[in-house]
Ligand binder design. Structure first.
Ligand code: FEO
Length: 399
């Protein structure tokens, strides 16, 4: 990828990973990018690197601007290896003794990833560093997305290098919000739902802190996807909404099925919801990746989960999804369960237990149907959908 001058003397020098389709467990159908930034001032600083296998491409990109040996320091905003994997190649190329700035946790975590005794400089929250005519400020952002994470803010240009925050898994030559347009928002939403949702409370605190500090933002430069330069406020506002877990009059009916019985039940529940005016998404885990379902859950008031009883338990894809959703900690949701069975029929009870563990409000014991739903069974499912819709309305009216 050709480097892009994003502001005078500041370049995006990272790489596109066009073919990655699974990023530690969630689907990335548009690939991803590992962004890195080069600031050429009296001193030259590199912010973050890329995955190990792309390190030479990063170095080639840098070499189109300056001789990599002229880089004076590297800043590691985040230890995860999509941003630090290239460090050994980069440090070897620029000089192993060059300062490597990171947070205190970054020092601990980088040292646990790499054997090299680099010239680490752990920075304090709020510490400043001059590059000559420009000043960098480091801001700790623990758990966004690892304990070592930090932002680096370039005061004079009002640019925030935000590491994972505000990113999207999206590979493209077009690198700015004003070029890509609103098409980027579903990717930003999917990224938040699958990576950051569980840190919602911390994100709200961080955004409040940024507002209190009066930090002006001309540009937000994440480590994945496009750069927000036309309207950085748009992604900040979206993060506020998502972090508050504000939901809509929308339900996700997520299920898997063996012989279409649980599927028939799912569709009947969806009909009942729809008849009451709820936007509803029936999603089979046999067809949809868990991360796509989770993206829909992000703004859904109700999550209705269905599974056939399988070997006295849940169908494996449903167990997988419940474990995944539990880890991401959605809050303030209504839940319900359904499923077909042959002889033992434990699935509904097991789903309810999981949903209760997530503190979902269970508004009905759920519907179990032996073998294949008849007309009466289908009607019971439609009625469950309607009952959920009424509970959703009560919730929405109360907020
Ligand atoms: Fe893009 Fe947490 O790494």
């Amino acid at each position: 990828m050709k480097p892009i001058e994003i502001a005078k003397g500041i370049y995006e020098v990272g790489v596109n990973d066009w073919n990655i389709k699974d990023f530690h467990g969630h689907s990335t159908l548009m690939g991803s990018s590992y962004n890195a930034y080069l600031i050429v001032d009296e001193k030259i600083a590199l912010i973050d690197t890329v995955k190990k296998e792309f390190a030479d491409e990063l170095i080639d990109n840098i070499a189109q601007i300056v001789d990599p040996k002229k880089i004076d320091c590297v800043i590691s905003n985040h230890t995860e290896m999509d941003h630090s994997g290239g460090l050994p190649r980069v440090m070897h190329k620029i000089g192993e003794d060059k300062p490597l700035y990171c947070s205190k946790m970054g020092l601990k975590n980088l040292s646990r990833h790499f054997q090299q005794k680099w010239n680490y400089r752990a920075v304090e929250n709020g510490q400043e560093m001059s590059l000559g005519s420009r000043t960098l400020t480091f801001m700790e952002t623990r758990m966004l997305h690892w304990p070592d994470s930090m932002f680096t803010y370039l005061k004079e240009d009002r640019i925030l290098f935000s590491s994972d925050a505000f990113g999207q898994h999206y590979a493209a030559h077009e690198k700015f919000d004003d070029i890509v347009g609103d098409e980027i928002m579903p990717h930003a939403k999917k990224y938040f739902a699958n990576i950051l949702l569980l840190y919602s409370a911390l994100i709200i605190k961080l955004i409040n802190k940024i507002v209190e500090m009066g930090l002006e933002l001309n540009m937000i430069c994440p480590d994945h996807g496009i750069i927000w330069r036309k309207d950085p406020g748009k992604i900040v506002d979206a993060y506020v909404k998502w972090s508050k877990q504000e939901t809509e009059n929308k339900a996700v009916v997520v299920y898997d099925t063996m012989w279409h019985s649980t599927e028939k039940m799912a569709n009947a529940i969806a009909s009942g919801l729809s008849e009451e005016g709820v936007e509803v998404r029936p999603m089979s885990l046999g067809k949809w990746d868990r991360s796509n379902v989770m993206t829909e859950v992000l703004d859904a008031k109700a999550v209705i989960v269905g599974s056939p009883t399988f070997n006295n338990g849940l169908f494996p894809t449903v167990s997988d999804f419940l474990t995944y959703m539990k880890g991401l900690k959605p809050k303030n949701r209504i839940g319900a369960a359904f499923g077909s069975y042959g002889w033992s029929g434990e699935s509904v009870k097991l789903i309810n237990k999981e949903l209760e563990g997530m503190k979902f409000e269970i508004i009905d014991p759920g519907v179990r149907i032996q073998y294949v739903p008849d007309n009466e069974g289908i009607e019971a499912c439609v009625l469950l959908g309607k009952k959920i819709a009424r509970a959703m309305k009560r919730h929405i009216d109360a907020t």
